[in-house]
Design a protein around this ligand. Sequence first.
Ligand SMILES: Nc1nc2c(c(=O)[nH]1)N=C([C@H](O)[C@H](O)COP(=O)(O)OP(=O)(O)OP(=O)(O)O)CN2
Length: 164
Amino acid sequence: MSSLTTIEVNKEDMKFSAAHFTIFSGTERERLHGHNFRVSMSISSPANRNGLAFSYKILKDKIRALCDELDEYTLLPAKSPYLAIVEQGSQYQASFNGETLVFLKSDCKLLPIPNTTVEAFADYLLQRFLHDDDFVSRHDIAQVEMKVSSGPGQWGSCIWREGI
Ligand SMILES: Nc1nc2c(c(=O)[nH]1)N=C([C@H](O)[C@H](O)COP(=O)(O)OP(=O)(O)OP(=O)(O)O)CN2
């Protein structure tokens, strides 16, 4: 009977401090605020006779690099159905429900996500991990789970599974 082993990395420094606001509907959103978001990744692969799936240092380096890209920015959803963002010189002007929010572009990161929620961040980071290099194809990977937390006791996650 074959078995799967799982490596999980969620070091203390796998985090990004960012401002955001969750959009609940076309008329309801939060005020701008921030979190120290934590990131955890788990990778499952078939147990092998060498008892080593892969060196998890690769994973730690990759997650830290992805967190650094998001750290200390205001994160905005470029694919929100409710927020229209336009560039005006050094600013982003984001229109929501008849109001316009103005941000310095240099303080912001626009992400290709529909909302700045933990589940959307998990999906974004998972896609970056899967597509930035060929780690999954180079290793016999069965499943990758990416998790993002906005605070103790609350996580969102996204899973890639071979064959789905
Ligand atoms: N499905 C989701 N729901 C909510 C998200 C999310 O990312 N996905 N995020 C939020 C807000 O960003 C909010 O800041 C966090 O929610 P909240 O319950 O206020 O949590 P706190 O960090 O303030 O912790 P508490 O101590 O429990 O208040 C809301 N919903």
